[in-house]
Design a protein around this ligand. Structure first.
Ligand code: GRF
Length: 219
């Protein structure tokens, strides 16, 4: 069975969706460890309570990005994971780190990339007046919130939404598509070839369109 290491910085709800899916058998991976750059990340306690090994590599103890990334890489490699899963990991990674894990480093971002990379995606989507918003799982490249797209889920922006209600609607879809993408990787159906995603699943499963009354794809 393939193993994954999950990197978090905060509450870890996407991490929970992966741990739960691995526990109930719908995601055929072993969660080898959860690593955080923040000792106070809430998700660390949740992971430990679920019986998952946790480690902290505190970025404040390192004088520059490269030395932190080297320490984090060392902590990751101690578990020899097949895939490194960024789940709300709030650190910009050096090119060296990204290159080291090329093709086995994925991220989830709360927008339909390439729209709205960076922070405050839900408020920015509201400010732009978009009708459709969503989330994206992608392989990580040196460019922030950029990289070959694996799967996306789109949700409507509804009259009266604020950043909180919109974030909740998107987050529910994050919790669907991240375990899905990791499962595809674990089953050998997802790989990166010459910088492009090769996905051996029916094409319609790589997007979710969540209408107010209906949903499609992403099974
Ligand atoms: C999610 O919205 C994810 O897309 C983004 O950071 C947030 C992390 O939330 N990268 P959580 O810690 O998984 O609850």
């Amino acid at each position: 069975m393939k193993s994954i290491v999950i990197l978090i910085s905060g509450r870890g709800s996407n991490m929970v969706s992966l741990i739960n899916a691995a526990a109930d058998g719908s995601l055929p991976v072993r969660v080898a460890a959860v690593l955080s750059n923040r000792p106070d990340a809430k998700g660390l306690q949740i992971a430990a309570a679920a019986g998952v090994v946790t480690r902290v590599v505190d970025h404040t103890l390192y004088s520059n990005r490269e030395s932190f990334d080297a320490a984090m890489a060392g902590a990751i490699d101690a578990f020899s994971p097949d895939l490194v899963v960024l789940a709300g990991f709030m650190r910009i990674l050096s090119d060296g780190f990204v290159t080291r894990y090329a093709g086995r480093l994925i991220n989830i971002h709360p927008s339909l990339l390439p729209s709205f990379p960076g922070l405050h995606t839900h408020q920015r989507a509201l400010d732009e007046g978009v009708r459709i918003h969503g989330c994206t799982v992608h392989f990580v490249t040196p460019a922030l919130d950029h990289g070959p797209i694996v799967v996306q889920a789109a949700v409507p922006v509804i009259d009266g939404d604020d950043a909180t209600t919109l974030a909740a609607r998107v987050l529910a879809q994050e919790h669907r598509i991240y375990p899905l993408a990791v499962r595809w990787f674990a089953e050998g159906r997802l790989r990166l070839v010459d910088g492009r995603v090769v996905l051996d699943v029916p094409q319609e499963r790589a997007f979710c369109l969540i209408a107010p009354q209906a949903s499609g794809g992403c099974q």
